[in-house]
Design a protein around this ligand. Sequence first.
Ligand code: UDP
Length: 325
Amino acid sequence: MSAPVILVTGGAGYIGSHACKALAIAGFAPVSYDNLVYGHREAVRWGPLEEGDILDLSRLQAVFDRYCPAAVMHFAAFAYVGESVSEPVKYYRNNVSGAVNLIGLSAERGLPFVFSSTCATYGIPERVPISEATPQVPINPYGASKWMVERVLADTAAVSPMRYAALRYFNAAGADAESEIGERHDPETHLIPLAIQAAMRKGPPLSIFGTDYPTPDGTAIRDYIHVTDLAEAHVLALRDLLAGGDSMALNLGTGAGHSVRQVVETVEAVAGKEVPVRLAPRRVGDPPELVADPSRAFERLGWRARHSGLENIVETAWRWLALQL
Ligand code: UDP
């Protein structure tokens, strides 16, 4: 029997490409659908690439007809929080309207749908760790766009055979252990690649955004989750849905937080050299602390982070970046 085809939108992107690798290892046949605006052709290595935009409904329909996928994994989205504030229509058009196109096609066909959501849907939570029952009150258009898609999924699943998994990632980081793929954003805004580039003297000194947070060392705390752990969770959620499981919303994080300074120290330990830093004001919209309560993902899928020690995250990211720069 041939491997079940999984349509992966954003398969040329950071998390989507790692999911394609995990799918192929698990015996599925990923087909990537990507407009290559932020994705990279070379990251599509475990199945065909269909170039196209999720806003192009007829193109999407043709790809569904051609491959008859068994399920959809939807990663394609714009993901710069700052840009979402200055260009909200760009975010709502792509992230919401594009997802609605895909959800419509999946619902018509009754296909399981795995959605790339985010802890940004929670906004500034009242308490950490954050469980899935925490009210979703996003504070920027990026988080709002992802929350809206979760709502469209819930409403659609209520009246169609489609079932879905909304996977709310905390801070995706790290790279494939074999350095076949990794994080390549342009522009790069994320802490770990910027700290590594500063350590390699391939970028400017790292700006530490905010040293007056109400945290032990004054810098903001995040829950860094290895991209390979995220990819494995997608495969488990997919298997659950394909086996007839009900819809789910799950946090994907480790349950442990690390401050910006702790990340810098880990990069210095891995690099064996100092990370040049400059102290800067807080970045607008950054909450002091975001840490997952990941217990529901374990109860539902038996999933827990296995690759997300901060050293492993930094080492894999370092190896990948060393090949790129
Ligand atoms: N951060 C920083 N300097 C940078 C980039 C990020 O101090 O150049 C901080 C940021 O304020 C946040 C944490 O590092 O507290 C993680 O930021 P990132 O952009 O990687 O992910 P986010 O949590 O915003 O999704």
